[in-house]
Design a protein around this ligand. Structure first.
Ligand code: ADE
Length: 221
């Protein structure tokens, strides 16, 4: 799969792409991630990409031309699935990560500054928000998409890790423990050291339901 990120701040992605699981996925050709600084598509002096809003008001607004020209260039026939990161998009969920994982080519457009020209919305297939709060730009939200999608690509992480994790089936994950068996008076639940795998699985399933009821009743609907 290929992911193109359109951003004015490609350096922000340093680290996310050069460490840990995402780094390995790129190295193993499971995913290709390109950072495209759309400032280079500006035809204005000083490579300007924003301007003051019509009707007045504070802040600068991202202009249409560099974004339209950039997308015309990298996806002339609209074959890619195009996403705009914006707080007024639909709220991102694990199910959406699974759907995006199955796309061949995704373009993620990061908004920045105070906003963007409304006509930019006509370019995209989906507008996504990562939650009900406003960030300085779409870069961190784009990183969240990259991370959540890449880890679902077959072979990127061991698939058993995905089997029962939070949100895949509307239940939160079960509690896990490792050595030592007792730490500062806190003991590992006996069932986990019993060696009885049927009992362990039953316990885990019960814990998932209990934890979801306690913390996220909304998921059980
Ligand atoms: N840009 C700024 N805030 C955002 C959010 N919550 N989700 C997606 N993009 C954003």
């Amino acid at each position: 799969m290929k992911i193109d990120i359109l951003t004015l701040f490609p350096n922000m992605f340093e680290g996310v792409l050069t460490e840990s699981i995402i780094k390995r996925a790129i190295k193993d050709n499971k995913v290709e991630i390109n950072l495209i600084d759309f400032r280079s598509y500006s035809k204005l002096s000083n490579n300007q990409v924003d301007d003051t809003p019509y009707g007045g008001g504070g802040g600068m607004v991202l202009r249409c031309e560099p974004i339209f020209d950039c997308i015309d260039d990298i996806d002339p026939n609209h074959e890619a699935y195009r996403i705009l990161m914006t707080p007024d998009g639909i709220t991102y969920k694990e199910q959406m990560a699974y759907e995006l994982r199955d796309k061949k080519h995704i373009i993620i457009l990061c908004g920045h500054y105070e906003g963007f020209d409304e006509r930019i919305r006509t370019l995209v297939d989906q507008e996504i928000s990562i939650g009900d709060y406003v960030l300085t730009g779409g870069e961190i939200p784009a990183m969240i998409l990259i991370d959540s999608i890449t880890r679902l690509i077959p072979g990127v992480i061991t698939s058993t890790s995905l089997d029962s994790e939070s949100f895949t089936d509307n239940l939160l994950d079960y509690p896990t423990y490792t050595k030592p068996e007792e730490y500062r008076g806190m003991k590992v639940p006996e069932v986990l050291v019993s060696g009885d795998h049927k009992k362990i699985n039953e316990w885990r399933e019960t814990q998932r339901i209990k934890r979801t009821e306690e913390r996220r009743k909304d998921l059980l609907k």
